[in-house]
Design a protein around this ligand. Structure first.
Ligand code: SF4
Length: 399
């Protein structure tokens, strides 16, 4: 497994696979062929079907701005290496001088076909939760001790940086009003939700209102192509900040405590990414929101200094109850159901932590099993429920 720092990327929404990945690919190609007369970019699969809504063409246009370029959406080709495939061609004097096929494999990561992509090295000696738990139990150390023993110091600096950025995206999202770009003309709700304080508000209602408004704030920033932190993706970027910021404010945890929690949540995301997928185009929304919920649940357990068994149980519950969740964004925009879904997952993460505390020692399904199940379910899922905007809500909305 690679560094957990790679789970948390700071960049432009609304989609790590549809904006961050393609932006990175376009920059790489342009760097390789800076002097071509013109460039042809072809988007396939999910990038073609929901690329417009996800602003794929917009970010690629920004990279090629000032050059002659053309972007084509190709829905015909189906024998693709990955649902998010793109071709780049460069021409000089009417002759093709460069070609690159790139796969946007989720979480902002890309793979250049036919090359040994500069993959980050595997630094973890283990690849699943069971082995990590066994190792930690044998050594009498916590999961965070384990992460600290593997990761370089820079990882923790990065986590401190992303925590600042997560807080910033909540703050900006709460104070920004108006309409989210796109054909749905959706009104931002984060600030409104935050301000809905009732005089007889109970603790539970307050928790719901505040944590959900934070999730809305980040998800609305993401939908508006604002700067966010993937956790583990853009579409699910609101879950972790919502849960962690609300808990920090409620319980007075320090930023260093939050870095610890981000590390443990990051390890959970890393295990999912290694053994399954965090890409909605590959495995549906269970891979994005389900993973974010698992990460948030584990992070919260770490904040509360719960033990490894409780961390596993909470992360498992959080994923188990997202199994089968489809990706069906209306008009291909990361707005409905995505924004609300971040808020619902934030509450579910808090709920999973509570259950893991009450029901300690009764878990029957391991975290590794639920991750495998999520992956198999995702592979079996009908293609139209995997970020194509052709099934589910996306289909019935216009009926
Ligand atoms: S439905 Fe889920 S996976 Fe699909 S775009 Fe929205 S947040 Fe991402």
């Amino acid at each position: 497994m690679k560094t957990i720092a790679d789970i948390y990327k700071y960049g432009k929404g609304p989609s790590s696979s549809h904006t961050m990945g393609p932006e990175k690919a376009a920059m790489l190609f342009l760097e390789k062929y800076p002097n071509a007369d013109n460039y042809e970019v072809t988007l396939y699969g999910s990038l073609s079907k929901t690329g417009k809504g996800h602003l794929t063409d917009f970010v690629i246009s920004e990279v090629f701005s000032g050059k002659n370029y053309n972007i084509t959406f190709n829905n015909e080709k189906t024998d693709l290496l990955h649902p998010n495939t793109m071709d780049f061609c460069a021409y000089k004097n009417n002759t093709q001088i460069g070609f690159m096929q790139v796969l946007s494999i989720g979480g902002g990561e890309i793979h250049v076909v036919g090359t040994k992509s500069k993959h980050l090295p595997d630094i973890y000696p283990h690849t699943n939760f069971t082995d990590i738990k066994e190792f930690c139990t044998d050594k009498g150390i916590t999961i965070f001790d384990y992460i600290k023993s593997v990761e370089p110091k820079e990882t923790f600096d990065h986590l401190a940086f992303v925590w600042e950025k997560m807080k910033e995206s909540v703050k900006t999202g709460l104070k920004t009003q108006g309409t989210i770009p796109g054909s749905l003309k959706l009104t931002r709700k984060a600030g409104y939700l935050f301000s809905q304080k009732h005089f007889d508000e109970t603790g539970e209602t307050k928790e719901n209102r505040i944590a959900c408004s934070y999730a809305f704030a980040v998800a609305e920033q993401n939908a508006s192509a604002g700067q966010i932190v993937t956790a583990p993706t853009c579409g699910s970027a609101g879950v972790m900040p919502a849960v962690l910021l609300y808990t920090q404010q409620k319980r007075g945890f320090s930023d260093n405590d939050i870095v610890r929690a981000l590390a443990v949540g990051g390890l959970i995301g890393n295990i999912i990414r290694t053994n399954a997928s965090v890409s909605g185009a590959e495995c549906g929304c269970q891979a994005e929101i389900g993973s974010a919920c698992s990460m948030a649940a584990a992070a919260l357990c770490e904040l509360y200094e719960m033990d490894i068994e409780q961390i596993e149980y909470a992360a498992e519950i959080a994923m188990e109850h997202h199994l089968g969740l489809t990706c069906d964004p209306i008009c291909g925009l990361v707005q409905i159901p995505c924004i609300e879904r971040n808020a619902v997952a934030a509450m579910r993460a808090i709920n999973a932590v509570n259950l893991s505390q009450f029901l300690r020692g009764t878990r029957r399904v391991s975290f590794d099993t639920v991750v495998k199940t999520m992956y198999r379910t995702g592979l079996d899922m009908n293609q139209k429920y995997k970020e194509t905007a052709e099934g589910g809500l996306a289909e019935v909305f216009f009926e």
